[in-house]
Design a protein around this ligand. Structure first.
Ligand code: FPP
Length: 247
């Protein structure tokens, strides 16, 4: 039986988040510049997006560019921004075909205007799609979004739009850039690194974490299915005991 056929439909996560790591090492192993790895990473993005859409997963969130990535050499940052523009141009038709809606989280205003315009065009074009929501985390860091949420809530309290006692977990979730989305049930990180790297710190509180050694440009459908199968074998307890969950 194929890995895909082994998946139990009823136990699929509604939201999967991925830290796509290992592009640089993949390129280095082949004696190429880091950007070569990023370019080959696009195929993995396409495969995982199509696989998630086919399975009926509702949300897929990809960490494509962190706030800290601005500190990389300018040539790499520029190449990543160009790659984003060219990928959005070439992949919009695939998103339409697969009924995928594009979304972003992060400090969009810090992106070059050409990238912002391309993203906006694709977001508008795919806005009526009803299948998977593909969220690209761009110029994103979780501490950044938590600071933004704090500022917004504090100013509402200051302006008496809300009482300090209204602050609870749901209200904080709603003020994050993922407001309205369920928290990811599964977070995958490729390339053998075991870190969260400032990604969805609040939202991953109860997520199952899955780490694999595959470098992102080599990540294919079967690697994604393996992560989902591993997720389906986990017992999610949310602080309760195993016996309480089985009742
Ligand atoms: C991390 O690998 C990867 C990135 C910082 C960029 C991810 C970008 C892509 C997969 C391509 C474009 C994506 C979209 C959505 C169009 P790394 O460079 O840190 O790898 P290393 O740890 O081996 O150096």
């Amino acid at each position: 039986m194929s890995l895909k056929d082994q998946l139990v439909d009823k136990r699929l996560p509604s939201h999967v988040a991925i830290i796509m790591d290992g592009n640089g090492r993949w390129a280095k192993q082949r004696g190429n510049a880091r950007v070569f790895g990023h370019k080959h990473g696009v195929k993995a993005v396409r495969e995982v997006t199509e696989a998630a859409a086919e399975l009926g997963i509702q949300y897929l969130t990809l960490y494509a560019f962190s706030t800290e990535n601005w500190n990389r050499p300018k040539t790499e940052v520029d190449a990543l921004m160009s790659l984003l523009v060219s990928t959005i141009s070439s992949e919009t038709s695939t998103l339409m075909k697969n009924n995928v809606r594009l979304n972003t989280i992060g400090n969009r205003e810090s992106l070059p205007s050409g990238v912002q315009a391309k993203l906006q065009g694709c977001i508008e074009k795919t806005s009526s799609n009803t299948g998977l929501t593909l969220t690209l985390a761009l110029s994103y860091s979780s501490r950044w979004e938590i600071i933004e949420a704090f500022k917004c809530v504090a100013s509402k309290v200051k302006d008496s739009q809300m009482d300090i006692n209204d602050i609870n977990a749901n209200l904080i979730s709603d003020h994050l850039s993922t407001g309205g989305m369920p928290d990811p049930e599964l977070m995958i990180r490729t390339s053998g690194e075991h870190r969260i790297s400032n990604f969805l710190l609040w939202q991953l509180a109860y997520s199952e974490l899955y780490f694999c050694d595959v470098l992102w440009p080599d990540f294919r459908r079967d690697d994604f299915y393996r992560a989902l199968l591993n997720f389906q074998g986990r017992e999610r307890r949310f602080g309760k005991t195993g016996d309480q969950i089985k009742k």
